[in-house]
Ligand binder design. Structure first.
Ligand code: ATP
Ligand code: MG
Length: 557
């Protein structure tokens, strides 16, 4: 959906006009992933665009697997891509489609071109074909096989299909123009031999159509009106149109290009993401550090955050690099609204409340969310021993340090005011415990002596909490443009992109946390339970994103 405030982008304008002038009666778009990897944040831009336009203009959007290349495609990716599109919140029109569904029709259309004298079987090796193709500045030369008769071409193509030739021995090429300034029109290959089973069609074929030959014709077969792709296909458009004009296709789709999404500190290329997985830099395609949709999902990013981000970056025809901070902003903004609050101590320090009645336990209450009354209040068990963050206590500190200091007071969030009286150190001189007094008359009110504590810190009851592990993620790369200008992106993997804290203590209610349910751990950031690691007794929480200005903001609450 377009937001009211935003001017329409060029594709919205084109579609509005096409509908107004009845050039098309109903918008039909498609999202055409190749099932050779997982979807990433760049794909999200294309998904939100194609599905979003269909929603906005009351049209349809197909999900079509562009599976012309049997070598790299796997069922695993098909399942993952369907899951990711649904998770983003979109519904495709009818059944999932596959380009391979159209192999029979495409084969017939190849025969049609041969019969019209517009395609020929060429025996040039790939190496020779490259020489004949010419360059950007020099025209190509006609293949010596270009003038074969229709009959000969039909017979040879049949033999190709029957597996009588080896891979690379010959190919079927469109007969267009070897002198065309656009290299894509210099007799492009439309069928090549690949003696390989296909995940959809099995052993039926040993010849496969090229992407260029399959794509536009699949669009036509599905009645796609606006075939939207990224700018690198601009030079393929004359070829796209040539096939549509020279084949008896049932519809005349048109191709439109937009700029792909590039993000700093990120790589968005399936090949490179695959390398990160295969070489063990991350722990799978859904590693929470990955820019894949499944990784972001596991990390706790919401589909709404990604959709908002895609809306915010807009759609243009000029290439640019988007600041990953914009994505982070959208993630925070969405989680702030929906995440219930909770407390979790990442690096615990034991605090003993010396005047709290021995053996007593009570249950305090805290709001689920500062402004959303629909989120239920939390029960916070309280007892004579609590944990606070190690960094929230100092023996001495200046006035800027508004946490617990020896001899001073602090408020335990949603609980009492305490005062540090004594420290206990181990043999190495490290503080292992703070003995405090607690003022039991300070629940929701200031101390009677008028001395207001300067700070508020989070805590959990030692007698009633959840042991957990917390994983803090930093950017996957420490270089803003890890793969720019021929740089080896693997050399720019941030060595500190993951910190694992194993001894964390979370408030009791987090025992039942579900993966993908985001929480704001007060003063720490947004977190969600990991869906892969951890046990019922010891869950693992992923930090989705930190809080900006965490400390300053909390002070003002
Ligand atoms: P990659 O470069 O990651 O391998 P791809 O273009 O080969 O991507 P496809 O599966 O063919 O991957 O992509 C499906 C659709 O998503 C295409 O229409 C493609 O243009 C679009 N797409 C891919 N990457 C981006 C991106 N970074 N920004 C916008 N759209 C993208
Ligand atoms: Mg592609």
């Amino acid at each position: 959906m377009t937001s009211e405030s935003k001017p329409a982008h060029f594709l919205q304008n084109i579609i509005r006009e096409d509908l107004a002038e009845s050039r098309v009666s109903q918008l039909a778009t498609r999202f055409p992933p190749e099932p050779n990897g997982y979807l990433h944040i760049g794909h999200a831009k294309s998904i939100c665009l194609n599905f979003g336009l269909a929603q906005e203009f009351d049209g349809t959007c197909n999900l079509r697997f562009d599976d012309t290349n049997p070598a790299k495609e796997e069922e695993e990716f098909v399942g993952a891509i369907k899951r990711d599109v649904s998770w983003l919140g979109f519904e495709w029109n009818g059944d999932v489609r596959y380009t391979s569904d159209y192999f029979d029709q495409l084969h017939e259309w190849a025969l049609h071109l041969i019969k019209e004298g517009k395609a020929y079987v060429c025996d040039l090796s790939p190496e020779e074909a490259r020489h004949y193709r010419g360059t950007l500045t020099e025209p190509g030369r006609n293949s010596p096989f270009r003038d074969r008769s229709v009959e000969e071409n039909l017979a040879l193509f049949e033999r190709m299909r029957n597996g009588e030739f080896d891979e690379g021995q010959c190919s079927l090429r469109a007969k267009i123009d070897m002198a065309a300034p656009n290299i894509n029109l210099r007799d492009p290959i439309i069928y090549r031999i690949k003696k390989m089973a296909h995940h959809q069609t099995g052993d039926k074929w040993c010849i496969y159509p090229s992407y260029d030959f399959a794509h536009g014709q699949s669009d036509a077969l599905e009645g796609i009106t606006h075939s939207i792709c990224t700018l690198e296909f601009e030079d393929h458009k004359p070829l796209y149109d040539w096939f549509i004009e020279n084949l008896p296709v049932p519809a005349r789709p048109r191709q439109y290009e937009f700029a792909r999404l590039n993000l700093n500190y990120t790589v968005v290329s399936k090949r490179k993401l695959k390398q990160l997985v295969d070489e063990g830099h991350v722990d799978g395609w859904d590693d929470p550090r990955m820019p894949t949709l499944s990784g972001q999902r596991r990390r706790g990013v919401t589909p709404a955050a990604i959709r908002n981000f895609c809306e915010m970056i807009g759609v243009t025809r000029s290439d640019s690099v988007v600041d990953v901070g914009m994505l982070e902003y959208c993630i925070r903004d969405d989680l702030d609204k929906r995440a219930p609050r909770a407390m979790c101590v990442l690096e615990p320090l034991k605090v003993t409340l010396k005047n709290y009645p021995a053996g007593q336990r009570e249950v305090l209450s805290a709001p689920g969310h500062p402004v959303r009354d629909d989120l239920p209040a939390r029960e916070l068990p309280f007892s004579g021993t609590v944990y606070i963050e190690k960094e929230d206590f100092r023996e001495e500190a200046n006035k800027k340090y508004k946490r617990l200091v020896l001899g001073k007071k602090v408020r335990l969030r949603n609980a009492y005011v305490i005062q540090a009286e004594e420290v206990v150190k181990d043999a190495n001189g490290e503080i292992v415990e703070v003995i405090c007094s607690v003022d039991l008359d300070t629940l929701g009110v200031d101390p009677a002596d008028g001395v207001k504590p300067k700070g508020v810190i989070h805590w959990v009851s030692a007698d009633d909490c959840v042991n957990c592990e917390v994983r803090l993620y930093d950017r996957l790369f420490d270089d803003a443009a890890p793969d720019a200008g021929g740089k080896n992106f693997l050399e720019h993997v941030n060595p500190d992109n993951l910190t694992v804290l194993t001894g964390c203590k979370a408030e009791k209610g987090l025992a039942g946390a579900e993966p993908e349910q985001g929480y704001q751990f007060e003063r720490q950031g947004y977190f969600c339970r990991d869906n892969k690691y951890g046990t019922a007794d010891k869950p693992v929480f992923n930090r989705t994103i930190g809080l900006r200005d965490s400390w300053a903001k909390e002070q003002n609450k």
